[in-house]
Ligand binder design. Structure first.
Ligand code: PLP
Length: 368
């Protein structure tokens, strides 16, 4: 059976974790500092590591002052993590439609949903692509709101010659097991806003003032102050040790992912039955590869591929249709169409060229 996605782990990660275990300090310490330093250097931007991508978004929102009753503009077509991170702060995720050609937030629709409570726009870099990100920043500037990028899919993506995470307002990554790099579970916040960095450093450790600094110096905080709501969202040394090794291998993972996506693109090119995103995979590092087919064949295609031991996925079930996030009388035309037409194909660095040719031939034949 092929896999839709998977971690790719070698002896390097195993040895790194073993070393942490032998050191017998598994919590947040020197390995987390090392991973943060490496990420900060990689992006030339301060990085803070946390336990998941979801908490990265949650903490970023809290750090810019988002709270009860505030509204955040976000595309409905994202993982529920994005929505739960927003509602965890007490804010309301305002579901927006997407542009069909990039599956990124539709700014016309977002504009129509701006109110006096709108605090931020949260673009989701679907599949690793970022769409017209400059337009998102212009939109935010015009409406005087912040930008928090959900870059869970886009570790490594380059936009107009700049690495995602190395510019802009606040950028959140996920290092869960199947993302472009993993630390087991994990996430990171990248920003040049020193107030945000300062706040998150404490907020990830229950709000204990300067606890990050103490832990990185191998100390504990015994007498301290807490000024605001904090969380147990820090990263552990075990996770960071995996992350450090994965970051070293990133160039390899990146090329593998890009080459697989390019091969999919080549095989499906000009096929009248299959619509693919017009991405440039020299710049984009894809986390998932989705294709769009007619609704009447999508679910059967999934079944037929499963019989060939080819797993597929649906990314995503729209959040505005979930009980918790339903808003009366909203319909998102493009999202509700894509919901039934998108299907995600296997993508991870261990897939071989022959696997992709096998997968594409089955799909092309079925849709003929
Ligand atoms: C994976 C993911 C997240 C959350 O990351 P976790 O590390 O799993 O918490 C957020 N948004 C999107 C779009 C994701 O795919």
């Amino acid at each position: 059976m092929l896999k839709l996605s998977k971690s790719v782990i070698g002896i390097e990660e195993i040895n790194a974790v073993t070393k942490v275990l032998e050191n017998e300090y598994l919590g947040m310490g020197e390995n987390v500092k090392e991973f943060e330093d490496l990420l900060s250097a990689h992006f030339n931007t301060p990085a803070i590591c946390v336990n998941t991508g979801t908490s990265a978004i949650h903490l970023a929102l809290q750090a810019i002052g988002v709270g009860y009753g505030d509204e955040i503009l976000v595309q409905s077509l994202t993982y529920v993590a994005t929505f739960q991170a927003i509602s965890a702060t007490g804010a309301i995720p305002i579901s927006c439609d997407v542009y069909p050609n990039s599956i990124t937030i539709d700014l016309e629709d977002a504009k129509s949903k701006i109110t006096s409570k709108t605090k931020a726009i949260l673009p989701v870099h679907y599949g690793g692509g970022v769409g017209d990100l400059n337009a998102v920043y212009e939109f935010a500037k015009f409406h005087n709101i912040r930008v928090i990028e959900d870059a869970a899919h886009a570790f490594g993506t380059i936009y107009k010659n700049k690495l995602i995470g190395s510019f802009g307002d606040i950028c959140c990554f996920s290092f869960d097991g199947i993302k472009n790099i993993t630390s087991g579970e994990g996430g990171a916040i990248l920003t040049n806003d020193i107030n945000v960095i300062k706040k998150i450093k404490d907020a990830r450790l229950l709000g204990v003032k300067k606890d990050t600094e103490n832990r990185f110096a191998g100390k504990r905080s015994w007498e301290f102050d807490v000024e605001f709501q904090g969380w147990r969202f820090h990263m552990s040394n075990i996770m960071a040790a995996i992350g450090v090794e994965q970051l070293k291998k990133f160039q390899y993972f990146k090329e593998k992912r890009q080459n697989i996506a390019k091969l999919y693109q080549k095989q499906f090119k000009d096929n009248p039955n299959i619509k693919i995103l017009n991405h440039n995979y020299d710049d984009i590092v894809p986390h998932i590869f989705t294709i769009q087919v007619v609704e009447s064949k999508r679910n059967d295609l999934k079944k037929i591929l499963e019989e060939e031991n080819i797993p597929t996925g649906f990314h995503y079930y729209p959040n505005h249709l979930l009980t918790k996030f339903k808003i009366d009388n909203i319909s998102l035309k493009v999202t509700e169409k894509l919901q039934h037409e998108l299907i995600t194909l296997p993508l991870h660095p261990d897939l071989k060229q022959e696997d992709i040719l096998f997968i594409t031939s089955k799909i092309i034949n079925y849709l003929r």
